[in-house]
Design a protein around this ligand. Structure first.
Ligand SMILES: Cc1cc2nc3c(=O)[nH]c(=O)nc-3n(C[C@H](O)[C@H](O)[C@H](O)COP(=O)(O)OP(=O)(O)OC[C@H]3O[C@@H](n4cnc5c(N)ncnc54)[C@H](O)[C@@H]3O)c2cc1C
Ligand code: SF4
Length: 323
């Protein structure tokens, strides 16, 4: 049963960030994650601040310099079916399409998808774990099949978003509004690892919200792809996945961004694998070698060693699919 909270629907960005700065306030976009968290008492709220009337958060627009802005209230379905996004930022359209179910994609927004809370079953259950302010990670010695193999330190969540790895691969930036003013943050720096702060998943300060995401104009010789492995055919979070953005000239890779999904508390850049790809052609031997490098450094828990093989397999497949 959800505890009582006030519901407000500000008509301006200024009013929204002022409301959100009050302790116990939460932003509401599509509600597909927030309402479940409130119902299950994962979070408590004194005030829920609906973003529905904020025109600044709406719309997809190409800018004169060839970059693209996507308002935070844009639904995943709109992104998945947008012809320009599909053509120029294929990896993002594929990521949005791979998320959740058609109903959830119609309701869920980009801002909410980036800021959704972790799916760790202890976090979602009645366990006072480290992420909730306790001093124990129950997953470490417990049920950890779906948890992180990279970047866990006292907390082993995986970031649940299927749009975040594509946006990191595309070198996107987020415009953030807050009571103290606006700032723009690279998606590379937006997500927070447990070693930085175990209590939150991103750099948003109390009162701040994501207004829009900005994508640079893609290079003429770039190609991209998102691939996700899940336990069921649909409706499921990634066990492992990869967002790839490559520039290929005369058959050789000149620039690479390889970002893993479903295996770390934040989208996880496979930086050594990116470097290993530069100057190489996309043949079978290179794909296998680079995929092995992408899985290097994994630190599986008792139940999730299979994810190391999944990373290797999904990266190899994705590279060959882009060849
Ligand atoms: C059964 C199920 C399966 C799912 N499977 C997947 C999946 O495979 N892949 C995937 O990526 N997702 C999956 N999801 C998650 C789903 O995509 C998210 O719930 C949805 O994208 C969140 O968007 P929303 O607009 O409904 O967010 P809300 O529920 O409104 O908000 C989510 C969180 O983000 C905050 N927030 C919302 N908007 C903003 C903003 N503009 N700025 C700052 N903070 C904000 C809220 O305060 C809240 O904490 C699944 C969800 C369910 C229930
Ligand atoms: S993985 Fe993180 S969220 Fe899950 S039990 Fe451990 S500390 Fe809590």
């Amino acid at each position: 049963m959800t505890s009582r909270f006030a519901y407000v629907r500000p008509g301006s960005l200024h009013e929204a960030v002022t409301r959100l700065a009050a302790p116990g306030s939460h932003a509401l976009s599509g509600g597909t994650d927030l309402l479940g968290c409130l119902r299950d008492r994962v979070l408590s709220a004194t005030t829920v601040v609906s973003l529905a009337d904020l025109v600044e958060l709406r719309g997809i627009a190409e800018r004169p310099d060839g970059s693209l802005r996507i308002g935070a209230l844009t639904t995943l379905a709109e992104i998945a079916s947008h012809a320009r996004i599909h053509e120029r930022y294929t990896v993002l359209a594929q990521g949005a399409r791979a998320a959740a179910s058609p109903q959830l994609r119609n309701q869920g927004t980009l801002g909410g998808n980036l800021c959704q809370r972790p799916r760790c079953w202890y976090f979602r259950g009645d366990f006072p774990c480290a992420r909730k302010g306790g001093d124990v990670c129950y997953a470490m010695a417990g049920e950890n099949e779906l948890h992180a193999i990279f970047g866990g330190a006292g907390c082993y969540i995986v970031h649940p978003s299927d749009t975040a790895p594509p946006l990191v691969a595309l070198e996107a930036r987020a415009r953030i509004a807050g009571a103290e003013g606006d700032r723009t943050v690279s998606l590379d720096d937006f997500f927070v690892l447990p070693s930085q702060d175990v209590s939150r998943e991103n750099v948003l300060r109390p009162g701040e919200l994501v207004v829009e995401v900005l994508l640079p104009k893609p290079a003429a010789d770039s190609r991209s792809l998102y691939r996700k492995v899940r336990a069921r055919g649909a409706w499921d979070f990634a066990l492992a996945g990869v967002a790839l953005v490559l520039q290929v000239s005369s058959g050789l890779v000149t620039r690479a961004r390889i970002v893993l999904a479903g295996v770390a508390p934040a989208p996880w850049r496979a930086v050594k694998a990116e470097a290993a790809l530069i100057g190489r052609g996309l043949d079978r031997a290179t794909a296998a070698e680079v995929a092995a490098v992408a899985a290097e450094g994994a630190e599986p828990l008792d139940g999730n060693g299979y994810k190391v093989d999944l990373v290797r397999g999904v990266v190899e497949e994705a590279l060959l699919a882009l060849a």
